[in-house]
Design a binder for this molecule. Structure first.
Ligand SMILES: CC(=O)N[C@H]1[C@@H](OP(=O)(O)OP(=O)(O)OC[C@H]2O[C@@H](n3ccc(=O)[nH]c3=O)[C@H](O)[C@@H]2O)O[C@H](CO)[C@@H](O)[C@@H]1O
Ligand SMILES: C=C(OP(=O)(O)O)C(=O)O
Length: 429
């Protein structure tokens, strides 16, 4: 299993290109199931989750080509990919494929809307909480689906087309919002989704669906109205830059020190998080090519944060921010409100010398002057990268084990950081 070896202590200086967002690319790829035309997606990141979803979609009959050719393995860069689902050959998404990745469950929406049936294994994904799917099922039922759960599979059926309806999410869910927008796009009549997720990835999906002929308004607000259409066509659409990757590298600079331009980053996608990073003492400067992040000399100020749905501080940056706070000049409180078990990084950060105590859903971080390198274990995607950030600022060598988590969501991580002066390499075994 590959490992990442870091020798900390170097400042990070240079340019880091920001990749297409994993969490935008995945639902956009799934939207290709809604049409028999070609959906061309630009700026698709080269990540393990994307490759896995290509396999899952292939099982349903989606053909793909990269820049006009079949995929070349190990290409390593964001690409333009054509997805074409001329016909759906299988409406079952099997356990072996779905268990590896949460978002693969989302095929249930388009399959049901286009084919009238879907059998999808209950999902996997990062182990950060129980992650139920009740809201997806309740929402699809509101559109007229009959749902059964048998032997670990959700079986959804509809007689004829789904029917538009009003659905109020009892809790904000990004995934359930994606699924209901996709399903409602091909439903008969109007659907109104209230208390919908407002994340930029929802807006990216809605814009793509509209380019395919859907009639969606209000994406990015908590009320989304979808006027169902009979069929969708192909389109060409761009994946937005990854706001979580952007925030992660901004925090790496805030922690290790240095001066980096995050090329292609969009501040509007993570303003809340950038404001928090600025409060820690780093300078955040919008520039033409993206965002410049700089911290030279000054100490790291402690800042309290609470994770919230967009536009609040994202849960997907919580672990990285905790990494940053381990070296703050004082105490900070980090409260996780989205997932009930997203503190797996605490014990690993402690191996580097961090002082963190947990009180329910709040971590109290007592900043230390120095971290010291150690072998650590990646437990989930964002937890893994928090260990990388901390390793960059720690004295001596840190080895991060179980790197496959990182490969799910960070394109060319070692290359991007070593290009800016960090001592970081992958040890393949
Ligand atoms: C691939 C992708 O885009 N993943 C993101 C997506 O995950 P995901 O879409 O899975 O997260 P949700 O927004 O659905 O989850 C938010 C909360 O709602 C709960 N819930 C969700 C659905 C449901 O049917 N019932 C229920 O109780 C979840 O357990 C969680 O506590 O949004 C999360 C919150 O921003 C991010 O951390 C993930 O990176
Ligand atoms: C939690 C994440 O992914 P997933 O929802 O696929 O588990 C993530 O991207 O941080």
């Amino acid at each position: 299993m590959d490992r990442i070896r870091i020798v900390g202590g170097n400042r990070i200086n240079g340019r880091i290109p920001i990749s297409g967002a994993k969490n935008a690319a995945l639902p956009l790829m799934i939207a290709s199931l809604l049409t028999d035309d070609t959906l061309t997606l630009e700026n698709v990141p080269h990540l393990a989750d994307v490759e896995q979803l290509i396999r899952i979609l292939g099982n349903h009959g989606v053909d793909y080509s990269v820049n006009g050719r079949r995929e070349r393995q190990n290409e390593g860069y964001s690409r333009t990919i054509n997805f074409t689902a001329r016909s759906i050959v299988d409406t079952t998404a099997p356990y072996e494929l779905v268990s590896k990745m949460r978002a693969s469950f989302w095929v249930i929406g388009p399959l049901l809307a286009r084919m009238g049936e879907a059998k999808v294994s209950l999902p996997g994904g990062c182990a950060i909480g129980t992650r139920p799917v009740d809201l997806f099922l309740e929402g699809l039922q509101a559109l007229g689906a009959r749902i059964d759960v048998e032997n670990g599979y959700v079986i959804a059926k509809t007689n004829g087309r789904l029917t538009g309806n009003r659905y109020v999410f009892p809790k904000v869910s990004v995934g359930a919002t994606h699924v209901l927008i996709m399903a409602a796009s091909l439903a008969k009549g109007e659907t109104v989704l209230e208390n919908a997720a407002r994340e930029p990835e929802i807006v990216n999906l809605a814009e793509c669906l509209n380019a395919m002929g859907a009639k969606i308004t209000g994406a990015g607000t908590s009320t989304i109205v979808i006027d169902g259409v009979d069929a969708l066509s192909g389109a060409r659409h761009q994946v937005i830059p990854d706001r979580i990757e952007t925030g992660t590298y901004a925090m790496a600079v805030a922690m290790a020190g240095g001066d980096v331009i995050l090329e292609g980053a969009r501040a509007d996608l993570l303003q809340g998080a950038l404001d928090v990073i600025a409060q820690t003492g780093a300078e955040i400067i919008p520039v033409n090519s993206g965002i410049r992040v700089r911290r030279n000399g000054s100490g790291i100020a402690p800042v309290d944060v609470t994770t919230e749905p967009f536009p609040g501080f994202p849960t997907d940056l919580q672990a990285q921010f905790m990494g940053l706070m381990t070296m703050a000049e004082g105490k900070s409180r980090i409260t996780e409100t989205i997932f009930e078990n997203r503190f797996m990084h605490v014990q690993e950060l402690a191996r580097l010398g961090a002082h963190i105590t947990l009180a329910g859903q709040t971590a109290i971080v007592d900043g230390v002057r120095k971290l010291k390198g150690a072998p650590v274990m990646a437990t989930d995607l964002r937890a893994s990268v928090s260990l990388v950030i901390a390793g960059l600022a720690a004295e001596g060598e840190t080895v991060v084990n179980r790197v496959y988590h990182l490969d799910r969501g960070f394109e060319r991580l070692e290359e991007k950081l070593s290009g800016c002066g960090a001592t970081i390499e992958r040890i393949s075994s």
